[in-house]
Write a protein that binds this ligand. Structure first.
Ligand code: ADP
Length: 298
């Protein structure tokens, strides 16, 4: 891997042996457990892991990760490409469709076609959003690791979705332990989890119904539940709803737009934070979605 002959190294110090590989020398000279990238000949890359044995000897293990890093880079650029190369043109289509009418009178037929273009554009945009989110998370993109109080995230999402709730004539009742324990994680992604659960609760509720969102926990775990009294989910579908693109066969669901990705995204994010998510439901009576995350003490 290093392009050296073992016999030539015997009796020499790490600095004499590996003068071209400064990080490798660092791994030998530092104490405790260490991990560093080590550049190899022929533009290859290794991860070096070092530890000190009970006997006082220092051991360094190198693992060639050139291909893996290359793959990560390619995945990342693919996901970037989807988000930019797909979403931007869709926005452009809708934008130009909006402009056409402003530059001259259109006949009824043209107006009708224009409305269709605009509607299709909006629908495409809505569907690609969750697809990009899911591709991003599934590509193993790094999550940020910040202290978060779920109560703050919940309040943000409730505010964001209250126009939709108003439109659907449903009420959102929030009850949060004060303070909710802190979790370490990615604020944007955890917001997505709550967003999808609450969004579903709203669209699958009936007018005049109330949705209850709770958060509570202790020094080990924090729970968040979103309960509605809406259309509910049949027993045999309950285990399928977290699957990619699964949508209930219920006509009331089929009539609503949606790509069946929200819960898959929510589950992937929660699992990547070391947590779990599940649903309980009775058809025609409502559903409760709950997720749990490990907490940290600040
Ligand atoms: P989408 O809502 O876009 O269809 P989701 O992945 O968020 O996709 O949900 C998958 C399916 O689970 C929905 O199509 C619906 O059948 C069911 N579902 C999710 N949340 C609820 C809810 N609160 N009440 C009833 N059904 C639900």
């Amino acid at each position: 891997m290093l392009g050296v002959i073992a016999e030539d190294l015997v009796g020499k110090s790490p600095r004499q042996c590996f003068e071209q590989h400064s990080n490798l020398v660092n791994l030998f000279s530092r104490s405790g457990d260490q991990t560093l990238d080590v550049r190899l000949p022929r533009r290859r890359l290794a991860v070096g892991v070092a530890t000190t044995l009970d006997t006082g000897e220092r051991v360094v293990v190198l693992q060639d990760v050139t291909e893996r890093r290359e793959l990560d880079k390619r995945r990342e650029s693919l996901v970037r490409a989807i988000s930019h190369d797909l979403r931007n043109p869709i926005s452009a289509i809708s934008g130009f469709a909006d402009l056409i009418g402003k530059f001259g009178d259109l006949n009824d037929q043209q107006q009708k076609f224009l409305t269709r273009i605009r509607q299709t554009g909006n629908k495409l945009y809505e569907v690609t959003g969750p697809m990009v989110d899911l591709a991003w998370i599934e590509a193993g993109m790094p999550l940020s690791h910040l202290p978060i109080r779920l109560s703050d995230t919940i309040n943000l999402v409730v505010k964001e979705l209250s126009p939709l709730a108003m439109f659907q004539q449903v009420r959102i009742a929030v009850s949060l332990q004060n303070p909710t324990p802190v979790v370490m994680g990615d604020p944007e992604r955890l917001k997505m989890v709550i967003y999808h659960l609450l969004h579903n609760a709203i669209i699958y509720s009936l007018p005049e119904q109330t949705i209850a969102i709770h958060a509570w926990g202790d020094q080990n775990e924090v729970y968040c539940s979103v309960a509605d009294r809406g259309i509910g989910i049949a027993d045999d579908e309950l285990e399928l709803i977290f699957d990619r693109m699964y949508r209930s066969r219920d006509e009331r669901v089929r009539d609503l737009p949606g790509g069946g990705l929200g819960l898959t995204i929510a589950k992937t994010i929660v699992n990547r934070h070391g947590g779990d998510i599940w649903a309980t439901s009775n058809l025609g009576e409502g559903s409760t979605f709950t997720f749990v995350l490990p907490t940290v003490e600040l």
